[in-house]
Design a protein around this ligand. Structure first.
Ligand SMILES: [Zn+2]
Length: 345
């Protein structure tokens, strides 16, 4: 790939990948973006586009224009071919603009005339700015370059497994922060379990029940990626202090236990020796094959009636404190029903 001499240094694990398409006015930025959107989308890569404009937007002169004049906080127009969400302008920082579309896209093309802190495709002989990573110098198809090759180059900067990358993004958004190694590993762990059980995530069919053996970062990832929730009784914590969880397919019924393999930190260091440990772990946990990260074993289907979602199965009153105890969590003996606390357990 001789046309692209300067490599982008760091593999991307956090979607979306942002690529600036930079050049002066009339250099063909929009034309290139149109072609890249078409090519990337055809290859299954969800692609977004962001541009700043100094021109007023041509809102239809009908109802929506009048409503916008009243300064709503948000406005949505749905037409047969698209939805158009209109928001107040906010800041013009690239980061803020990208945040508005990042949830929808694996790649965001940022059409711009000024250098941005993202890898860039440079048009019309634009020179790299200080520290700017260059994906390609683009001279156009007429300049002997191949659009497919450029799209392939951009695709190569994305994680190979986009399904996993999207799950990691869900986990990161739910947990907050940059997506620590535990969150990344938790997301991959949930996917490995779904793979073993042949279920799609998030679980919309109410088939999955998760018992997490951790109460740390990875737990949030399990919640975000599986769609199982403590309040729906589809996820609970049996804190063993282990990065592991049991996954029950209620319809089958069968279960697997997925656990992080020993020695993962050392494996991450070995895979990315040039990076600091936190980044090395994030990358390794995002990119290594699941078989190198987890053990997946069958687990007995050891749920009882009172573990299952649905209406409370039993509801009794503690004879000591009078409080109601549901789901069979009471103690029963010849003296009657007691809650665990009053029974001293
Ligand atoms: Zn009681």
């Amino acid at each position: 790939m001789s046309a692209y001499a300067v490599p982008v240094q760091v593999p991307v694990v956090d979607l979306p990948l942002v690529v600036a398409v930079r050049g002066p006015s009339k250099s063909g930025k929009t034309t290139l973006c149109v072609e890249l959107v078409r090519t990337l989308e055809a290859g299954g890569v969800r692609t977004g586009w962001v541009k700043r404009t100094h021109h007023p937007l041509d809102l239809p002169a009908k109802a929506s224009g009048r409503v916008w004049g009243a300064q709503p906080s948000a406005m949505l127009l749905r037409a047969p071919d698209r939805r158009q969400l209109t928001l107040p302008p906010g800041s013009d920082s690239a980061e803020d603009l990208i945040a508005a579309v990042s949830h929808h896209a694996d790649v965001v093309l940022l059409e711009t005339h000024r250098p941005e802190p993202y890898p860039a495709v440079l048009l019309d002989g634009s020179q790299p700015a200080e520290g700017e990573q260059v994906v390609a110098q683009w001279h156009g198809v007429g300049g002997g370059q191949d659009l497919e090759e450029l799209a392939t180059r951009i695709r190569s900067l994305l994680p190979h497994d986009l399904v996993a990358a999207r799950a990691i993004r869900r986990a990161r958004e739910f947990h907050g922060g940059r997506g620590c190694p535990g969150v990344v590993l938790g997301a991959r762990l949930a996917l490995a379990a779904a793979d073993a059980l042949g279920l799609a995530l998030p679980d919309t069919g109410k088939r999955l029940l998760v018992v997490a053996e951790t109460s740390r970062c990875a737990l949030d990832a399990l919640v975000a990626v599986t769609g199982c929730r403590p309040g729906r009784r589809t996820l609970r914590v049996d804190d063993q202090g282990k990065l592991a969880a049991r996954f029950y397919d209620l319809a089958a019924p069968r279960a697997v236990r997925v656990a992080a393999l020993p020695g993962l930190r050392e494996k991450a260091d070995a895979a990315f020796p040039a990076l600091e440990r936190f980044e090395a772990q994030r990358l390794a946990y995002a990119l290594l094959p699941a078989t190198e990260l987890f053990s997946v074993r069958p687990w007995p289907f050891d749920l009882t009636e009172s573990d299952l979602p649905g209406k409370p199965h039993a509801r009794v009153e503690c004879r000591v404190c009078g409080e109601e105890v549901s789901d069979g969590r009471h103690i029963e003996d010849e003296t009657g029903f007691r809650c665990r606390s009053c029974a001293g357990r």
